[in-house]
Design a protein around this ligand. Structure first.
Ligand SMILES: NC(=O)c1ccc[n+]([C@@H]2O[C@H](COP(=O)([O-])OP(=O)(O)OC[C@H]3O[C@@H](n4cnc5c(N)ncnc54)[C@H](OP(=O)(O)O)[C@@H]3O)[C@@H](O)[C@H]2O)c1
Length: 235
């Protein structure tokens, strides 16, 4: 039976590479929903992606700010009406604005929580309300959610919440046969990493393709034999 995947933060970085991998995986995924905000990157990368996608795989492009709960809920309903059951949900969209404690603006802390924590929660809850039966949910946390670091308060706190929230989801949703994987990448060469570590040479660290390959493995049959609690992916 053909399957459908939804990947948030699919305009670039880990999310984009995950879509590319899922389209050519042996998971029989024939529909992939992409979510990100409108941007030139999204336009360009989506056009490029379309050229690489094998025949028989449909990409559904949603332009949505997942940090805006009302807009996200509307998008979820629209997508569900269009594609039906979402078998694989990859909660990958992430936001960070690393500043010292003295400079943290509360609005920005709320924005970080909205994108990194409330959006994955809303996707899961809203789809459950619609009657969706997930096969696998992957929540992308971060090693920053395990160990805090100076200047990363809002980001680290949000990712710690993702790790913990995933445990609760795993426990509650297993009665539906849903596997919930929490995956924590270490430093990966993407736009978000450039915000966190502008001085770093991106060629010396893990690439988004490496993380995407691990996500693909976790979705597949081998993935069920790997501890789902907090899969750490790093160099
Ligand atoms: N790179 C690392 O070192 C690293 C390490 C650990 C964990 N992670 C996590 O990995 C995930 C992917 O990040 P990445 O490293 O691949 O960074 P990235 O290349 O900057 O991609 C982030 C993605 O999230 C999307 N996004 C951000 N805010 C959004 C919003 N409000 N609404 C919808 N989409 C939004 C971005 O799209 P738009 O901005 O175009 O909307 C983009 O597609 C994140 O959860 C991040 O925290 C990354």
């Amino acid at each position: 039976m053909s399957k459908t995947a939804l990947v948030t933060g699919a305009s670039k970085g880990i999310g984009l590479e995950t879509v590319r991998r899922l389209a050519t995986s042996d998971l029989n995924i024939t529909t992939i929903v992409l979510m990100a905000r409108a941007s030139q990157d999204y336009d360009d990368n989506f056009a490029e992606l379309q050229k690489d996608i094998p025949e028989g795989v449909t990409l559904v492009r949603e332009t949505v700010d997942v940090g805006d709960r009302d807009v996200l809920i509307e998008a979820i309903h629209r997508v569900y009406a269009q594609v039906g059951r979402i078998h694989y949900l990859i909660n990958n969209a992430g936001y960070t604005n690393p500043v010292a404690i003295h400079q943290v603006e509360f609005d920005d802390f709320e924005r970080t929580m909205a994108v990194n924590v409330y959006a994955p929660f809303t996707l899961v809850q809203e789809l459950l309300h619609l009657g969706n039966k997930f096969k696998v949910i992957v929540n992308i946390a971060s090693t920053a959610g395990i160990n805090g670091r100076a200047g990363w308060l809002t980001y680290s706190a949000s990712k710690a919440a993702v790790i913990n929230m995933s445990e609760v989801m795993r426990d509650e949703l297993k009665i539906y046969g849903t596997r919930v994987v929490c995956l924590s990448p270490g430093r990966t060469a993407t736009a978000l990493r450039r915000v966190l570590a502008p001085e770093e040479d991106p060629t010396t660290i893990m690439q988004p393709q490496h993380v995407a390959k691990v996500i693909e493995t976790m979705l597949g049959s081998t993935g069920q034999y790997i501890d789902q609690q907090n899969v750490i992916v790093r160099q």
